[in-house]
Design a protein. Structure first.
Length: 440
């Protein structure tokens, strides 16, 4: 920031304790279950903590089976393999079109994926040789647009698998998306890594898909430091996932393997941490909601809006509070692949200016997820909007015509705000004041 911008922040002091985006919040109960694993010597990938946690999660989320795994990404990967097994009978590595260890279970297949999400949602499609096709976002929830998904099926009627994420703890219009999938005979994988505890039409997110996935990563609503779960209805699918996650060992007295396996099972120690965290899920959601409401009230006089939700039909878990700046109050800014620059203007601001200011005052914010179709690694993958193919739609000869791209617009104008449960009201008040001064 230059000296002119620094004048905006006179008489403000940085926070003595950093306000994090979203850090783990421990309660002490976790130690009890960790010690049970330690004292019983069940420090491996079997034990009471795992068994109890799987049962607890399945009952809470309203699914038949929950399989404890090393990460949410592992859960997504095995969900992809289970879907490929059901759709194409090609999940094991042995039966892939190109042979053992080649091609992958989705070799030659296209998969519709949420565009605005973390790349862990999409990468497992590529692990298995599939081609992701990205479906644009809607302004209503910042999640996959049902209208764009319908358009995608018209363009690619052969697709039979859809991967949908719920962004920042806000449920997408998952029943509409599910209905479209059913209409076209497609399976649905639901990435609920960020939305554990969020409800849509009286059902938990993660329970709508043919397969669901949740995460216990260190920044999630409850954590085990790592870990995740695969959610499914069919016992055979759950048992297959457990087998794959423990290197696909066959029922023989020696180590025998007839399928490709993975080291994906959750540790009994990690399961103990999550088991101790689980009773605090609702408490954490209430804290996160209070943070969201304080931001909404404190920023109401600025040209911004908080990240939206379908509040009539859903209850978010408010994992991250985000904001988006009104287009007319965006200062001039330019983004490259690696950084962004801006020109400070009176009465206007932009994500980069606000994030830099928050960092100076010892508060951690983040840019919105950069859409997958904008990522260098996926720049050659198709991108579908409500009007059809979303790439190459600008026109140098028609002034103002740039095409529709909701995700890119939210990314350009949006910010993830400090949303840590341990953040005090005084800390949040300072953050709100810093944001106000960015617009001076």
């Amino acid at each position: 920031m230059d000296n002119k911008v620094d004048l905006k922040f006179q008489n403000l002091e940085p926070l003595k304790e950093k306000a994090f985006l979203s850090s783990p919040t421990m309660h002490g109960k976790e130690i009890k279950f960790i010690m049970e694993a330690y004292e019983s010597n069940w420090m491996t990938t079997v034990g009471e903590n795992i068994d109890s946690l799987e049962d607890m999660v399945a009952r809470y989320l309203g699914v038949n089976h929950a399989v404890a795994l090393s990460s949410g990404t592992a859960a997504l990967h095995l969900a992809i393999k289970l879907a490929a097994k059901r759709l194409y009978n090609s999940s094991s590595g042995v039966s892939t079109p190109a042979g053992l260890g080649k091609g992958g279970s989705l070799f030659g297949k296209r998969v519709f994926c949420s565009d605005m999400t973390f790349d862990a949602t999409v990468n497992p499609v590529v692990y298995e040789g599939g081609e992701p096709i990205f479906i644009d976002t809607e302004y209503d929830t910042w999640n996959m647009s049902p209208e764009a998904l319908e358009m995608a099926f018209k363009l690619y009627p052969d697709v039979r698998l859809v991967v949908v994420a719920h962004l920042y703890g806000v449920p997408g219009k998952i029943d509409e998306l599910r209905t479209i999938c059913d209409k076209y005979g497609a399976l649905l994988i639901e990435d609920a890594a960020e939305s554990l505890g969020a409800i849509y039409r009286k059902r938990q997110t993660g329970s709508f898909g043919d397969f669901g996935c949740i995460s216990f990563n260190g920044n999630k609503i409850i954590t085990g430091s790592s870990g995740g779960m695969l959610l499914c209805e069919n016992e055979a699918d759950a048992n297959k996932a457990r087998k794959w996650s423990t290197q696909s060992r066959e029922n023989a007295p020696w180590y025998q393997h007839e399928e490709i396996g993975y080291n994906y099972r959750m540790s009994n120690v990690i399961a103990g941490i999550v088991r101790g965290q689980w009773p605090y899920l609702c408490e954490h959601i209430n804290h996160k909601k209070a943070i969201y409401e304080r931001y909404k009230e404190g920023l109401t006089d600025l040209p911004i809006k908080m990240n939206p939700a379908d509040f009539q039909n859903s209850s978010p878990n408010y994992w991250l509070s985000c904001m988006i700046i009104d287009e007319n109050y965006m200062c001039e800014t330019r983004q490259s692949e690696w950084d962004a620059i801006y020109k400070s203007e009176s009465g206007k601001s932009c994500p980069t200016e606000i994030l830099e200011a928050l960092a100076i005052f010892n508060a951690e914010g983040r840019p919105i997820w950069k859409p997958m179709h904008m990522q260098p690694i996926y720049r050659n993958c198709a991108f579908i909007t409500t009007k059809g193919f979303g790439r190459g739609n600008s026109n140098a000869y028609i002034k103002g015509e740039r095409g529709d791209d909701v995700g890119a617009d939210i990314f350009r104008r949006g910010i993830c705000l400090p949303s840590d449960i341990k953040m005090t009201k005084n800390q949040q008040d300072l953050i709100i004041e810093v944001i106000h001064r960015c617009f001076k």
